[in-house]
Design a protein around this ligand. Structure first.
Ligand SMILES: [Ca+2]
Ligand SMILES: [Ca+2]
Ligand SMILES: [Ca+2]
Length: 265
């Protein structure tokens, strides 16, 4: 029994220490569960102080947002969106949530682990990714304050974010058609310039158009409330092996105690 007590004490201390050391390491997990067959390119994720506003409905897309909306964006520069973020907020952070094979297919998930250097400053998240198949459809948050991941004291706000039909946009940069679309048999790098502004895909039956153009059955039924994706924000789990072994050890001790009590009864 003495041996068990020693083990338990050591594990508990290690668990507490590991928890403190990982206070600002967070896991951002994107779950593609739309059920229609839409996939997304690796999800650009910016953590910022709230002044990096990636886009505005009714305005022309920036070069960075156009790139996100039309192409699988390079994970590292020369992608255009990261420099746009850094130009506004030099101390902000970013990364990409990548699926098992790069893009995140319907039914797949991907996780980005970020060590957040300044959680009292970079409290908000912006997500951007191409919505496929399409020419220039993307999902993202127009409001830079939409997703608060840390409170003012820098405490992580663990949460599950729901991405609905109201977060899907037409970038207004490429004409919606088969030619040049991100679709089987088409060259994604081609396309015709649209020269428009960013509009909600809920306007002008945009989802129904995707259904017609690309044969995405049922897409026309998507509304502002239809949940297409979820994003889980949580503290990065403490490393194996000690914390993972702790529940097993506690379970073993509990079983041991149970046996003992039965003997005494
Ligand atoms: Ca905006
Ligand atoms: Ca378009
Ligand atoms: Ca194209």
């Amino acid at each position: 029994m003495q041996k068990f007590k020693k083990l338990l004490g050591a594990s508990t201390i290690a668990f507490v220490a590991a928890g403190a050391a990982h206070a600002t390491s967070i896991d951002i997990t994107f779950n593609n569960s739309n059920g229609f067959g839409f996939l997304v390119t690796p999800v650009y994720t910016g953590l910022h102080a709230g002044t990096f506003d990636a886009f505005d409905e009714g305005s022309a897309a920036s070069a960075g947002v156009e790139q996100v909306a039309e192409l699988p964006v390079p994970l590292f520069p020369p992608n255009l969106i990261a420099p746009e973020r850094l130009a506004v907020e030099p101390d902000s952070q970013g990364g990409f949530i990548v699926g098992p094979g790069g893009p995140i297919l319907d039914g797949e998930s991907g996780t980005l682990t970020l060590d957040v250097a300044q959680p009292t400053v970079n409290r908000y998240a912006t997500f951007l990714s191409m919505f496929v198949p399409s020419n220039d459809t993307f999902f993202g948050n127009d409001n830079p304050l939409a997703y608060e991941l840390f409170d003012a004291a820098g405490n992580l706000i663990e949460q599950t974010i729901e991405i609905t039909g109201s977060s899907i946009w037409d970038a207004g940069t490429e004409v919606n058609q088969l030619f040049g679309a991100a679709a089987p048999g088409e060259d994604i790098t081609l396309g015709d310039v649209e020269g428009g502004v960013i509009t909600s895909l809920l306007d002008n039956d945009g989802f129904a158009d995707l259904e017609d153009l690309f044969g995405i059955t049922g897409a026309g039924t998507i509304t502002a409330d239809t949940v297409l994706f979820t994003i889980d924000v949580s503290a990065t789990p403490a490393p194996v092996p000690l914390p993972a072994g702790l529940p097993l050890l506690l379970g073993a001790l509990g079983a041991f105690g149970l046996v003992k009590r039965r003997k005494a009864a």
